[in-house]
Ligand binder design. Structure first.
Ligand SMILES: [Zn+2]
Length: 433
């Protein structure tokens, strides 16, 4: 279905969805009071429907006026909820979401579509490296892999050594992990297994959970590290659906793969005005879960900044192609200028990939620090056997490159190989130290 027809089909479902939701969820009953929900199918009236933020959801869940265990968000009887997942909680108290059996089937269907687009087939042997049971990248991902009929090897939550051994023994050909995990696990394989990662059978690497996989320097690192012939970036959001975007074999950006269940809009994050899905358009993704029963979200502000990199693809899929540029939550301010930590990472990896180990992070003085008026402390891991003393003028060259490309001053500090922990889920590019 052409993209505009798909969006029209989705809009045709919005009025009935909102009318029903206002009857089921106390939170949305208050929120939609006075909103002309019966006309919500028209783009102009839809624009009058209020946005929902993560803070709104958290507050609604904490100040429950009902006995429902998911608070005022809950739109069904507790007995109908068959699973609870939590948002990853990188920004404080987690928000809990529920799934009914119908919701679970919808997730399974759409997340399977994401993984199919990313290259998983019935004969794939798939290592799922997520190990946290409450996150949506756990069970729902496992469910979707099985939905395709592929062989699921859920090895998350174990040591790197055990996971590498399992992957070797079972001849895993597809790896699902975060971008940083996929990047750095390959490097650790030889240490723990005695065999370099490219001698294992992994040929498709599916990575998401954080921006980065769209960067050619990082893709190349993953490709050569694993000897992979396919890198597929994927993206989802626990609060909405854990898998909604995936790269097709063309690899030129991510397609939207959850159209049967999720309505996605692009907006100007400053004004909230809709932004058309046109090449080079930029904006924040806003999601509405128009089939969700247990805990629906309406016009949910994802804080993910997308760039439309194409609107036609030789693979035949009709959705726009996007890259995720960064998250508002991660955005820092250097002397009144906005800067995404991922932009610094990309500059450094792009120019110095052969001279550094890979992992790096910005150090904040305290958790709430967003503003930097002095050079930003940037910790960079050196390759094995290389000491800070032998790094010569590398620090200065990195600082100059970042300054020239981003007009941001960083102060490089070198760390020994292995000093920066590899994140299993949402590896942070900043930390408090
Ligand atoms: Zn495509």
């Amino acid at each position: 279905m052409p993209w505009n027809e798909l969006q029209a089909w989705q809009r045709g479902r919005l009025a009935a969805f909102l009318t029903d939701l206002a009857k089921r969820s106390p939170f949305y009953a208050r929120r939609l009071d006075g909103v002309p929900v019966a006309q919500a199918g028209s783009p102009d009236d839809w624009a009058a429907v209020p946005f929902t933020t993560k803070d709104d959801l958290r507050a609604a869940q904490q100040a429950a006026t009902t006995d429902a265990f998911l608070g005022d968000l809950q739109g069904v009887d507790s007995a109908d909820i068959m699973q609870v997942v939590a948002s990853s909680g990188t920004t404080g108290i987690p928000v809990f979401f529920g799934l009914t059996e119908t919701d679970r089937q919808a997730w399974s269907d759409s997340v399977a579509n994401m993984f199919f687009t990313a290259g998983i087939r019935r004969d794939s042997v798939v290592a799922l490296t997520t190990g946290m049971p409450l996150v949506a990248g756990g069970m729902p991902y496992a469910d979707a892999v099985r939905r395709i009929g592929a062989t699921l090897v859920w090895g998350g939550g174990q040591t790197t050594a055990r996971m590498a051994t399992i992957m070797q023994k079972l001849r895993v050909d597809t790896l699902i992990g975060t971008a940083s995990f996929a990047t750095f696990f390959a490097g650790r394989c030889e240490e723990v297994l005695g065999v370099p990662a490219d001698r294992l059978s992994v040929r498709t690497v599916i990575a998401g959970g954080e921006p980065g996989m769209g960067e050619e320097a990082i893709r190349e690192r993953v490709r050569s590290g694993w000897g992979a012939d396919r890198i597929s970036e994927v993206m989802g959001l626990c609060d909405v659906m854990p898998g909604m975007w995936a790269e097709c074999p063309e690899g030129g950006g991510m397609h939207f793969t959850a159209g049967r269940n999720i309505f996605v809009e692009l907006i100007d994050p400053g004004t909230g005005a809709p932004v058309p899905w046109e090449p080079d358009a930029h904006g924040e993704a806003v999601y509405t879960t128009f089939t969700r029963q247990a805990t629906a979200v309406v016009r949910f502000r994802s804080r993910d900044h997308l760039k439309v990199v194409g609107t036609a693809c030789p693979c035949g899929r009709t959705s726009p192609l996007i890259r995720c540029v960064g998250r508002t939550d991660d955005m820092l301010i250097y002397k009144a200028m906005n800067v995404f930590p991922s932009a610094i990472r990309d500059v450094v990896l792009d120019a110095f990939a052969t001279e550094i180990a890979g992992p790096l992070r910005l150090r904040k003085a305290h958790a709430d620090q967003v503003r930097f008026d002095e050079a930003m402390p940037l910790e960079v891991e050196l390759p094995k056997g290389r000491s800070a003393a032998s790094a010569d003028d590398l620090a200065e060259r990195i600082q100059t490159a970042v300054l020239e490309r981003l007009r941001v001053r960083v102060a490089v500090e070198f760390l020994q190989h292995g000093a920066i922990p590899i994140g299993e889920y949402k590896n942070a590019l900043t930390y408090v130290g």
